[in-house]
Ligand binder design. Structure first.
Ligand SMILES: NC(=O)c1ccc[n+]([C@@H]2O[C@H](COP(=O)([O-])OP(=O)(O)OC[C@H]3O[C@@H](n4cnc5c(N)ncnc54)[C@H](OP(=O)(O)O)[C@@H]3O)[C@@H](O)[C@H]2O)c1
Length: 294
């Protein structure tokens, strides 16, 4: 592991291969020093993360976390497994033990929704509480669904020109993970964001059907939309996730199919204020990622 240099804030990015982390990792290259924590160095290389900044480690290995965090000013905390709540606790305890002053945590907008009682919302809520009690200066970035979730449609679009999704008419103000990374970079490197919780939402509410139409426009070919039943969606989630997570995703999707969070939802405007420019629309994200769908 490369020793820290003398210039710029020293930042550890956990989840550096994740949807947001990979963009933050590339962004911090200029102006800040970064250690990019990954558990799979080959994946990091495939994503083009700068070799000399990549360090390997697992959230379950507390002593490794301490080695990586030693000497850092700030840590970006990304955890992804609600069945392993100790991950957040380990990262925060290691940061505290090594004198790190600031932690910026990626979380979920549903935390603010009293009707969100699914496992994923409860875990994010508990993780935020751990952060508040950590003794570190904290900031929470609550994100709506990242636009990159629709990459899960890429294979069926390429092979069959079809999108299959549950709750086709449920709107979400999905957000470009590049925008979230840009906001995170500002919060990690600027003063004045301590004890703040930002809701990072995209510029418009879109349903999966509307996203499919926009993708078809961008790709200049017709795409069909096939709505999955709850049972079909659950079967698909069960193929790749443990049962409690598959059930939680079903609860999330069923809740989204209910009353929307239309204009005026909590946190509207937080992202634009942090970025200093309008958030990226889905159509632009789709155009920039069209190659994945061709
Ligand atoms: N995904 C969504 O739709 C969504 C929507 C809104 C909010 N959120 C919130 O955003 C946060 C991140 O979730 P996500 O699913 O979006 O994450 P993600 O993009 O999949 O990123 C998770 C990152 O954590 C790494 N990681 C996981 N377990 C690890 C371990 N034990 N040791 C080291 N690294 C580990 C992963 O590495 P690998 O690349 O090796 O797996 C990956 O880099 C969560 O709080 C989630 O609730 C997610």
């Amino acid at each position: 592991m490369k020793p820290w240099g003398d210039t710029g804030p020293r930042i550890v990015v956990t989840g550096a291969t994740g949807a947001v982390g990979r963009h933050l990792a590339r962004r911090l290259g200029a102006g800040a020093q970064a250690r990019l924590l990954v558990r799979d160095a080959e994946k990091a290389a495939r994503l083009g993360l700068p070799d000399d900044a990549v360090v390997t480690g697992d959230y379950q290995d507390r002593s490794r976390l301490e080695e990586v965090l030693a000497g850092a000013d700030a840590v970006f905390v990304v955890t992804a497994n609600p069945l392993r709540p100790a991950d957040d606790a380990n990262i925060l305890a290691a940061a505290r033990a090594r004198g790190v002053r600031r932690a910026v945590k990626l979380s979920w907008t549903a935390v603010a929704d009293p009707d969100a009682t699914d496992l994923i919302a409860r875990w994010n809520r508990d993780s935020e509480a751990l952060l508040h009690d950590s003794g570190l200066d904290w900031t929470v970035l609550r994100m709506r669904s990242p636009m990159s979730n629709t990459l899960a449609w890429a294979s069926a679009i390429r092979k069959e020109s079809v999108v299959r999704s549950f709750a086709g008419d449920a709107p979400t103000a999905c957000v470009d993970p590049r925008d979230v990374a840009e906001a995170a970079a500002r919060v990690l490197t600027e003063p004045g964001h301590e004890s703040r919780t930002y809701a990072l939402t995209g510029p418009e509410e879109l349903t999966p059907r509307e996203q499919t139409r926009q993708l078809a426009d961008v790709l200049r070919r017709p795409l069909r939309f096939e709505e999955l039943t709850a049972e079909q969606a659950l079967t698909r989630w069960r193929e790749r996730l443990p049962e409690p997570l598959a059930q939680a995703l079903l609860e999330v999707a069923e809740r989204r199919g209910g009353p929307g969070t239309g204009p005026g939802h909590d946190g509207e405007g937080d992202l634009e204020a942090l970025l200093g420019h309008a958030p990226t629309p889905y159509r632009q994200w789709a155009a920039d990622h069209a190659a994945h769908f061709c």
